[in-house]
Write a protein that binds this ligand. Structure first.
Ligand code: IMP
Length: 424
C-alpha cells in the first residue's frame, strides 16, 4: 500500500497525531498536505508529551522523512519554534524535513488580519485559531501570496510584497481602521526568517514521485477534519483548505490514481472548537464530564472544546466523501465513566427524518438529532491493548458504530500513550 491518506472524520482533534505516530512505524515518508500551524497534534511517547502544529507527526519516528507539501501554509517563526522544541525533546531532524517551494508563507500581516477580522463586529465570527491561515490562503487564491520559491529572487519577492501591501493597507486603514505596514518592514521580516527556513525547501513533488516509483510507503497526514473542509464542511465555519482525502492529491502533487488506501480517524464522541453548528452538542454536565475526562482543550489555542455524542450522519458523510477504507476509533476510554451513552443515528429536519448529509449543509443548523441509547460498560477500557480486554458492551458500541457508519473499525485507541491501542 504505497500511498495511504489519513483524514479526520469530524471537526478535527480526532487524535490524528497519535495515529500518524502509530502508523508511521512502517512508513518511509509522512507528508502534510494542507493547513498550517492551526493544527495541534499531541503525541505521548514514554510519558513525554510532544505537541506538533506544523511538522508531520512522523518526525517523532527515527529516520522517517517528513514532507510539508504545496497545499500547506507555513509560518516560518512557528516552524522554527517547533523545530527547537522537537530537538529539545531529543529528536534528530537533520535531513528529515523537506518543505515545498510552492507552499505559501504566512506573514505577520496575515495574523493581524485574522485577528482583526474576528474582532470586527460586522464580520461573521468563525472562531479561528488566529494563526493567519484564512488570510494566507485568500491571498494565495487571489494570486497575491508569497510562495517560498519567490525567496530566491529578491526583485520578484519585493514586487510581490509591494502588490500585496497595496491591497492589504487599504483594508487595514479603511476597513479595520488600524495601522498600515511598509514594504521595508515586511522585507526586513522575510530577510530575518529566510536563513532559518530556506535549508528545508526542496522538491517535494519529485521526491514523492520517485518514492512512489520505488514502492516506498507514504502516509499523507491530513490536519483538521472533514467537517472543516472549505468546500464540503460546515461552511462558513470551516478552515480554508481541503481537509478531505482529495486534498492530499492537490496538496502534495500526487495523482489520485496513486492513492491506495484512505484511513479515517474518529473520536468515540464528537468535539468541535470555534463557532458553527454541532447537532449532537451537549451543553449539560455530561458534556462537561466528557470535556474533563477527554482533556478537551485545544492543543493550539487552549480553548475548551465543545463536546457531544458520536454522530453517525457526520461519520457516514466522511466515509463517503473521503472514500474511507478503515477507521481508527480514538478515546474510547473517555466514555468509561458514563452510565448511558447515546449515538446519533439520524436527524429530524423541518419535520423530515434524514440520515445523510446533502449539499444543503445549512440543514446542520436545524437538525435535531435522533439518538439510540446504550448502557455504559462496567469495566474500564483505559489502557486496554487486546480485543478480549474490551468489556462486552464497549465491544457492542464499537460494532454498532462500524455498522452504522459503513467502514470497519480496525484500531481502537484507549489512552494517550503509544501502547494504548487495540488492533481488531
Ligand atoms: P482557522 O483554521 O484558524 O482559520 O480556523 C477556522 C476554523 O477551524 C475554526 O473553527 C477553528 O477552531 C477550526 N480549526 C482549525 N484548526 C483546527 C484543528 O486543528 N482542530 C480543530 N479545529 C480547528
Amino acid at each position: 500500500m504505497p500511498v495511504t491518506v489519513l483524514v479526520g472524520m469530524q471537526w478535527g482533534d480526532e487524535g490524528k497525531g497519535k495515529v500518524v505516530d502509530l502508523l508511521s512505524e512502517d512508513k518511509d515518508i509522512v507528508a502534510r498536505y494542507q493547513g498550517g500551524a492551526n493544527a495541534g497534534h499531541t503525541v505521548v511517547i514514554d510519558g513525554k508529551k510532544f505537541v506538533l502544529h506544523l511538522i508531520p507527526s512522523g518526525i517523532l519516528r527515527e529516520g522517517k522523512i517528513c514532507v510539508i507539501g504545496s497545499g500547506v501554509v507555513v509560518d516560518p517563526e512557528a516552524l522554527m519554534t517547533e523545530l527547537e522544541e522537537v530537538k529539545k525533546g531529543g529528536i534528530d531532524v537533520e535531513g528529515r524535513l523537506i518543505i515545498s517551494p510552492r507552499a505559501h508563507c504566512i506573514l505577520p500581516v496575515h495574523k493581524i488580519q485574522d485577528a482583526a477580522n474576528e474582532n470586527k463586529s460586522s464580520q461573521q465570527k468563525i472562531g479561528t485559531t488566529g494563526k493567519g491561515i484564512g488570510p494566507t490562503y485568500s491571498d494565495k487564491t487571489a494570486r497575491l501570496g508569497i510562495p517560498f520559491f519567490y525567496f530566491n529572487d529578491t526583485a520578484k519577492l519585493t514586487a510581490a510584497v509591494t502588490a500585496l501591501l497595496e491591497t492589504k493597507n487599504c483594508l487595514f486603514e479603511k476597513f479595520y481602521e488600524s495601522g498600515s505596514h511598509s514594504v521595508e518592514q515586511v522585507m526586513e521580516y522575510l530577510n530575518r526568517v529566510a536563513p532559518g527556513i530556506l535549508p528545508y525547501i526542496g522538491d517535494t513533488r519529485s521526491l514523492l514521485r520517485d518514492a512512489i516509483i520505488e514502492g516506498k510507503e507514504i502516509l499523507c497526514e491530513g490536519a483538521q477534519g472533514t467537517m472543516l473542509d472549505i468546500d464540503y464542511g460546515s461552511y462558513p465555519f470551516v478552515t480554508s483548505s481541503n481537509t478531505i482525502s482529495g486534498g492530499a492529491c492537490t496538496g502534495l502533487g500526487i495523482s489520485p490514481r496513486k492513492v491506495d488506501k484512505v484511513i479515517g480517524v474518529a473520536k468515540a464522541y464528537t468535539t468541535r472548537v470555534g463557532e458553527g453548528p454541532f447537532p449532537t452538542e451537549l451543553k449539560d454536565e455530561t458534556g462537561a464530564l466528557i470535556q474533563e475526562e477527554g482533556n478537551e482543550y485545544g492543543a493550539t489555542t487552549g480553548r475548551a472544546r465543545r463536546c457531544g455524542w458520536f454522530d453517525t450522519v457526520v461519520a457516514r458523510y466522511a466515509v463517503e466523501i473521503n472514500g474511507i477504507d478503515e477507521i481508527v476509533l480514538t478515546k474510547l476510554d473517555v466514555l468509561d465513566r458514563l452510565d448511558v451513552i447515546k449515538v446519533c443515528v439520524g436527524y429530524e429536519v423541518d419535520g423530515r427524518k434524514i440520515d445523510r448529509i446533502s449539499d444543503d449543509i445549512s440543514i446542520l443548523e436545524r437538525a435535531r438529532p435522533v439518538y439510540w441509547e446504550f448502557d455504559g460498560w462496567d469495566e474500564p477500557t483505559a489502557g486496554a491493548q487486546k480485543p478480549e480486554d474490551l468489556p462486552k458492551r464497549a465491544r457492542q458500541y464499537v460494532q454498532f458504530l462500524e455498522k452504522s457508519v459503513g467502514a470497519p473499525i480496525t484500531i481502537v485507541s484507549t489512552g494517550p500513550g503509544r501502547e494504548a491501542v487495540i488492533r481488531l
